[in-house]
Design a protein around this ligand. Structure first.
Ligand code: 5GP
Length: 113
Protein backbone atom coordinates (compact mmCIF):
# COMPACT_ATOMS: atom_id res chain seq x y z
CA UNK A 1 0.00 0.00 0.00
CA UNK A 2 1.30 3.43 -0.94
CA UNK A 3 2.20 5.85 1.83
CA UNK A 4 2.57 9.59 2.27
CA UNK A 5 6.32 9.09 1.75
CA UNK A 6 5.70 7.58 -1.68
CA UNK A 7 3.77 10.74 -2.55
CA UNK A 8 6.77 12.80 -1.41
CA UNK A 9 9.11 10.65 -3.51
CA UNK A 10 6.82 11.13 -6.53
CA UNK A 11 6.64 14.90 -5.81
CA UNK A 12 2.86 14.70 -5.49
CA UNK A 13 3.13 16.45 -2.14
CA UNK A 14 5.74 18.94 -1.03
CA UNK A 15 8.53 18.35 1.42
CA UNK A 16 11.58 20.34 2.42
CA UNK A 17 14.13 18.14 0.66
CA UNK A 18 17.72 18.29 1.92
CA UNK A 19 19.25 15.50 -0.19
CA UNK A 20 18.25 13.34 -3.14
CA UNK A 21 19.86 10.78 -5.40
CA UNK A 22 18.53 7.86 -7.46
CA UNK A 23 18.03 5.65 -4.41
CA UNK A 24 17.47 7.91 -1.43
CA UNK A 25 15.50 10.99 -0.43
CA UNK A 26 16.04 13.04 2.73
CA UNK A 27 13.67 15.75 3.92
CA UNK A 28 12.75 17.69 7.06
CA UNK A 29 10.22 16.06 9.35
CA UNK A 30 6.98 18.05 9.33
CA UNK A 31 6.67 17.66 13.11
CA UNK A 32 10.25 17.92 14.40
CA UNK A 33 11.17 16.70 17.88
CA UNK A 34 14.55 18.44 17.80
CA UNK A 35 16.09 21.47 16.09
CA UNK A 36 17.34 19.13 13.37
CA UNK A 37 14.99 16.31 12.44
CA UNK A 38 15.56 14.81 9.01
CA UNK A 39 13.93 11.72 7.57
CA UNK A 40 16.15 9.64 5.31
CA UNK A 41 14.19 7.16 3.21
CA UNK A 42 14.88 4.72 0.41
CA UNK A 43 12.91 5.37 -2.75
CA UNK A 44 12.20 1.65 -2.83
CA UNK A 45 9.00 0.93 -0.93
CA UNK A 46 9.88 -1.27 2.05
CA UNK A 47 7.16 -1.14 4.74
CA UNK A 48 9.12 -2.04 7.88
CA UNK A 49 12.50 -3.25 9.08
CA UNK A 50 10.94 -6.73 9.09
CA UNK A 51 10.73 -6.51 5.31
CA UNK A 52 14.33 -5.71 4.45
CA UNK A 53 16.15 -8.39 2.47
CA UNK A 54 19.81 -9.29 2.20
CA UNK A 55 19.70 -7.69 -1.25
CA UNK A 56 18.81 -4.37 0.44
CA UNK A 57 22.01 -4.24 2.48
CA UNK A 58 23.77 -1.79 0.15
CA UNK A 59 20.73 0.48 0.19
CA UNK A 60 20.58 0.42 3.99
CA UNK A 61 24.31 1.12 4.15
CA UNK A 62 23.86 4.07 1.81
CA UNK A 63 21.26 5.54 4.18
CA UNK A 64 23.91 5.63 6.92
CA UNK A 65 26.50 7.21 4.63
CA UNK A 66 23.98 9.90 3.69
CA UNK A 67 23.11 10.46 7.36
CA UNK A 68 26.82 11.00 7.99
CA UNK A 69 27.05 13.53 5.13
CA UNK A 70 23.95 15.45 6.24
CA UNK A 71 25.14 15.51 9.86
CA UNK A 72 28.43 17.02 8.71
CA UNK A 73 26.72 19.53 6.43
CA UNK A 74 24.39 20.64 9.23
CA UNK A 75 27.33 20.78 11.63
CA UNK A 76 25.97 18.35 14.22
CA UNK A 77 28.64 15.71 13.62
CA UNK A 78 30.99 16.92 16.37
CA UNK A 79 28.39 17.43 19.10
CA UNK A 80 26.62 14.29 18.00
CA UNK A 81 23.23 13.13 16.93
CA UNK A 82 20.89 10.18 17.13
CA UNK A 83 19.53 7.96 14.36
CA UNK A 84 16.37 5.97 14.97
CA UNK A 85 14.33 3.44 13.05
CA UNK A 86 10.91 2.71 14.51
CA UNK A 87 9.30 -0.63 13.68
CA UNK A 88 5.58 -1.34 13.91
CA UNK A 89 3.28 -0.52 16.81
CA UNK A 90 5.52 -0.96 19.84
CA UNK A 91 8.36 0.80 18.04
CA UNK A 92 6.11 3.80 17.37
CA UNK A 93 6.11 3.48 13.56
CA UNK A 94 3.31 5.50 11.99
CA UNK A 95 4.40 5.58 8.34
CA UNK A 96 4.94 2.16 6.82
CA UNK A 97 7.81 3.02 4.54
CA UNK A 98 11.13 2.52 6.32
CA UNK A 99 12.83 5.73 7.37
CA UNK A 100 15.77 6.78 9.44
CA UNK A 101 15.18 9.70 11.80
CA UNK A 102 18.32 11.85 11.99
CA UNK A 103 17.97 13.89 15.17
CA UNK A 104 20.28 16.62 16.37
CA UNK A 105 20.71 20.11 17.72
CA UNK A 106 20.02 19.11 21.32
CA UNK A 107 21.02 16.30 23.64
CA UNK A 108 18.88 13.20 24.09
CA UNK A 109 18.48 11.11 27.19
CA UNK A 110 19.24 7.44 27.40
CA UNK A 111 17.40 5.14 27.77
CA UNK A 112 14.70 6.74 25.62
CA UNK A 113 11.13 6.94 26.89
P1 5GP B 1 7.47 7.17 12.54
O1 5GP B 1 6.59 7.53 13.70
O2 5GP B 1 6.73 6.33 11.53
O3 5GP B 1 8.79 6.60 12.90
O4 5GP B 1 7.83 8.56 11.85
C1 5GP B 1 7.08 9.14 10.86
C2 5GP B 1 7.50 10.58 10.80
O5 5GP B 1 7.00 11.14 9.60
C3 5GP B 1 6.92 11.43 11.94
O6 5GP B 1 8.00 12.01 12.66
C4 5GP B 1 6.08 12.48 11.23
O7 5GP B 1 6.17 13.75 11.82
C5 5GP B 1 6.63 12.46 9.81
N1 5GP B 1 5.66 12.79 8.79
C6 5GP B 1 4.42 12.25 8.64
N2 5GP B 1 3.81 12.76 7.57
C7 5GP B 1 4.69 13.64 7.01
C8 5GP B 1 4.63 14.50 5.86
O8 5GP B 1 3.65 14.55 5.11
N3 5GP B 1 5.73 15.25 5.60
C9 5GP B 1 6.85 15.21 6.38
N4 5GP B 1 7.87 15.99 6.02
N5 5GP B 1 6.94 14.43 7.47
C10 5GP B 1 5.89 13.65 7.77
Amino acid sequence: MSTIFKKIIDKKIDADIVYENDNILAFKDVNPISPIHILIIPKKEIPTLNDIAVSDKELLGEMFIIAQKIAKKLNINKNGYRVVFNCNKDGGQTVHHIHMHLLGGRSFSWPPG
